[in-house]
Design a protein around this ligand. Structure first.
Ligand code: SF4
Ligand code: SF4
Length: 116
């Protein structure tokens, strides 16, 4: 399949390893860090689990939701201007096969990019 199903899961329960407190300590934060600090908000593991249909949560990750996600339309509110941290999701330069075969990939298991 290798395409987005527009389920919105990856914008409402985003796995990310660092707290915003740690990000705020960066002296010269990259554009993606500034974006995260501005628009992402922590969600509890319990809420993330519900959003992700009881999918496996990744133990070394925190979960965030993006305030730019439009829950009514189910779409990104800045689709044409999204930062690279979103635009490059989920492969970040790898091929789909290469990414899907990684044991540590952190994609929602029913994501259209992972499923044939
Ligand atoms: S989890 Fe996958 S299918 Fe769902 S919105 Fe994100 S990229 Fe698209
Ligand atoms: S900017 Fe758009 S694609 Fe990126 S996390 Fe927010 S809603 Fe999702």
């Amino acid at each position: 399949m290798n395409k987005c199903l527009q389920c919105g899961k990856c914008c409402q329960a985003i796995p990310f390893p660092l707290t915003k407190k740690v990000l705020m300590e960066e002296e010269n934060p990259a554009e993606s860090v500034r974006f995260i600090l501005r628009y992402w908000k922590r969600v509890s593991a319990k809420k993330a689990s519900v959003i992700l249909d009881n999918d496996k949560l990744f133990s070394n990750f925190l979960y965030y939701e993006c305030s730019l996600f439009n829950k009514e339309s189910g779409l990104c509110g800045i689709h044409n201007d999204k930062p690279s941290v979103c635009a490059d999701y989920p492969y970040y330069g790898k091929s789909p096969e290469e990414y899907a075969s990684q044991p540590d990939n952190i994609i929602y298991s029913k994501c259209g990019y992972l499923n044939e």
